[in-house]
Design a protein around this ligand. Sequence first.
Ligand code: HEM
Length: 449
Amino acid sequence: MVSHANSDRNPAPEVPSASLLDGLRALTRVLMPVAAGGAIVRRPRMMLLSQKAGLDKRAVRTMQHLRDRYGPGPVQVRMPWRRFTFLLEPDQVHRVLNESPEPFSPSTREKRGALGHFQPEGVLISSPEERTVRRPFNEQVLQPQRRPHEHGQRMHEVVAEEMNALLDHARLSGTLDWPVFATAWHRMVRRVVLGDTARRDHAVTDDLLRLRKDANWSFLKPARTRRRQRFLERLADYVERAEPGSLAQMVARTPGPEGTAKHHQIPQWLFAFDAAAWATYRALALLATHDGHAGTAREEVEAAGAGADFPYLRACILESLRLWPTTPAILRDTTQATTWAGGMLPAGASIIVFAPYFHRDHARISRAHRFTPDLWLRARTDEDWPLVPFSGGPAMCPGRNVVLHTAGAALAQLVSAEEFTLVDPPLSPRRALPGGISPFHLRFRLSGP
Ligand code: HEM
């Protein structure tokens, strides 16, 4: 068991360190593919390469090797510039997520380097003091506990309009591919977050994309302060406009104590909606290839009223995120020394929860590599095996409810209007699902309802 107490009088030995070879393996097989795929903006070619080479499964195997060799861990990989610490057991994951932001701070060195390019005052990279006002503000606007969100009905209407426009477009060619889906998605996101007049404001998405590309290079690229300023001012304009039914309206009317930096919270929302696009599009691929599931989804949509929340479709999105987590590495920095079963971990260590290792461990989860939405149809607790697509604890994604509502509504609109056949690449319920799949290369044929 893990001891939570620290004692200076009885200094414990440090948690085990991996051998040089195992450390290099963890670096090159677990962490480097995440960075190469693009931590902030995905690189489609790298994603395809990784899918074809099976790099995601290899990363999970590398983690399993670390557990067999160094468990229960955690295990450190000590590099001259950084001390990476991999969690190997479920109780460690629950502990670290529940004990954030102190002693396990979500504002890690790597995140500050990357996110500083476009959201220097975002809650994720805030100090513990700033977090005390920014986190509640995010929760008041995004309403993680309220299902559906206060603007749920309006969100549903916007999603339905944009998905219908998407379907009209796709029907012209009889196919649906990523660029068409992404364009419709971005329109939908701008309307939900900023308001209807932002529908055609591609410039705001383009500015963010440019800044995010720099963010992939973290501290290695200097910040484009002028572009960032222009982008943030544009967001402030939308907040001032406060269009009815938008999140910008909620930002405008939600009080924020000094230090909240209200409109500075929005870049994370716009950015993170990309992950929801991948999850939704991949869920569509799962429904298209698994007999019976699309039928269950259609029945749910028919039975529910307009603006409803769709539990089964929400479970399909969560399952898409379990199989292919969009935040594969959840990071924390230790703000003080902590004690573990395997020894002490000093302050300043980087802790890594590698989600695919927990989500895809066939030794611990039956049907780990199969599409199993049922896994999500009951509430999960800390006693359960950690499935953490939205992280957990006090820094858990406050946007999860908005995500599942909008993504569920999008899937509902698509599957109830058309029969989708996945053209490329093949996925089969009879084979283990791939460790990773590039959403950018999924293509569907439409063949009527
Ligand atoms: C599929 C889509 C999404 C996934 C999988 C996801 C997942 C996550 C994860 C893993 C974190 C990191 C938490 C941590 O470090 O422990 C996070 C943070 C956050 N997410 Fe999401 N997210 C998604 C979409 C969104 C959306 C659309 C919004 C807003 C509308 C949002 C708002 C936030 C915020 C504000 C944080 C920072 C929370 C904090 O530091 O306290 N997310 N999300």
